[in-house]
Design a protein around this ligand. Structure first.
Ligand code: KG4
Ligand code: ZN
Length: 333
């Protein structure tokens, strides 16, 4: 029997999960509302909110799992990538608990954990598979060879796709995080109403910084003629932006599938909750005979269940870390 407590605190979600063998017994997520009024995550406020939430969140996870602290075999935490001050809260908490209970400590890479969220429930992808990991800070194409053996074969050279969703939403006056709102309005709009340029980056890399400027200039132009343009056309604008971003992702995914010959394709990370991306991927699967893996909504955005699954495989591999380990805001793999 192996029971692990996992902590996630890389950005604006404080989360704790308990995993026993490979089964998630509890997954508690406390989202921070404090950032909304600032139009983005404020690092200092995030650290303070983690500090407030961490003890009650861990307490609730252990309670929901019906597990006593003394029954834990290891404590895991997100080492990076993420905000330094936010990561420090989770890392310090995990270290103290591991020290007090005299059990091993496991450090987890947040981006690998997003991918390993596919091993929480069935169907689980077989190795090797391709994963498009799309979040607020990252956009990566990953060749996943095994639970802990992954290679980044493409990534963004500037903004992440989640950032492109959030920044274009901000231009339209929508609150943070704008991604889910664009998704919601897009469902009532025409994706072909307005055309925005696709980026042209060679190979498997992405670029999302151009769309912000394209949307800004487009709106400035239209607002000159009609000051109510955004209010009148919000669903069509959102659907068109979403369509463009999804197409940019799919272009590279098709290319990666062609170049590697891999037909098992997964998506992960916050933006994998996007209904346009989920639908487009399913349509693509039918057309190209791909087997696609789309995570449950609860495991798309940040959560500790994914950290727990990654920790489970690291525990089995005997990959523990020392007590003097430090968080790595730019951790890669
Ligand atoms: O993985 P995540 O929770 O945190 C990071 O590690 O960054 O991803 C957050 C990102 C934000 O940019 C948010 O706007 C985006 O995921 N997001 C969405 C949707 N749900 C979350 N973007 C588009 N459509 C959604 N439904
Ligand atoms: Zn994330």
């Amino acid at each position: 029997m192996c029971t692990i407590l996992a902590i996630e605190s890389s950005c604006d979600e404080t989360s704790a999960a308990v995993i026993q063998n490979s089964k998630i017994l509890a997954n508690i997520v406390a989202s921070q509302q404090v950032h909304q009024q600032w139009g983005g995550v404020v690092p200092e406020l995030a650290s303070r909110a983690h500090q407030q939430h961490i003890v009650p969140v861990v307490h609730k996870a252990l309670q929901d799992a019906n597990i006593e602290k003394n029954a834990l075999q290891a404590v895991a935490f997100t080492r990076g990538p993420g905000l330094l001050g936010a990561l420090l809260v989770g890392a310090s908490f995990a270290k103290s608990l591991a020290l007090a209970l005299d059990i091993p400590l496991i450090d987890v890479n947040h981006m690998q954990a997003h991918i390993l969220a596919h091993f929480i429930d069935d169907p689980k992808p077989p190795f090797p598979f391709l994963c498009l990991t799309v979040s607020g800070g990252h956009t990566q194409l990953v060749l996943v060879k095994d639970y802990l053996k992954m290679e980044i074969i493409g990534e963004t050279i500037d903004d992440a796709v989640g950032e492109a969703f959030d920044k274009t939403a901000k231009i339209m006056g929508l609150p943070y995080p704008g991604g889910p709102l664009i998704d919601r309005y897009a469902q009532q709009g025409n994706p072909l109403a307005f055309a925005f340029p696709l980026s042209e980056v060679p190979g498997l890399n992405f670029s999302f910084s151009g769309i912000k400027t394209a949307v800004l200039y487009f709106l400035q132009d239209r607002l000159k003629e009609d000051p109510d343009f955004i209010q009148k056309h919000l669903p069509d604008i959102c659907a068109s932006i979403q369509h463009t971003l999804v197409e940019m992702l799919l272009q590279k995914l098709r290319r990666a599938a062609r170049e590697t010959g891999i037909r098992h394709i997964a998506i992960a990370g916050g933006v994998s909750a996007n209904s346009g991306l989920r639908l487009a991927l399913q349509q693509e699967a039918q057309k190209r005979d791909w087997q696609v893996y789309i995570p449950a909504f609860a495991y798309c955005t940040d959560n500790a269940a994914m950290i727990a699954v990654a920790a489970h495989y690291k525990y089995l591999a005997g990959e523990f870390c020392a007590q003097d380990v430090s968080p790595m805001p730019r951790m890669t793999f």
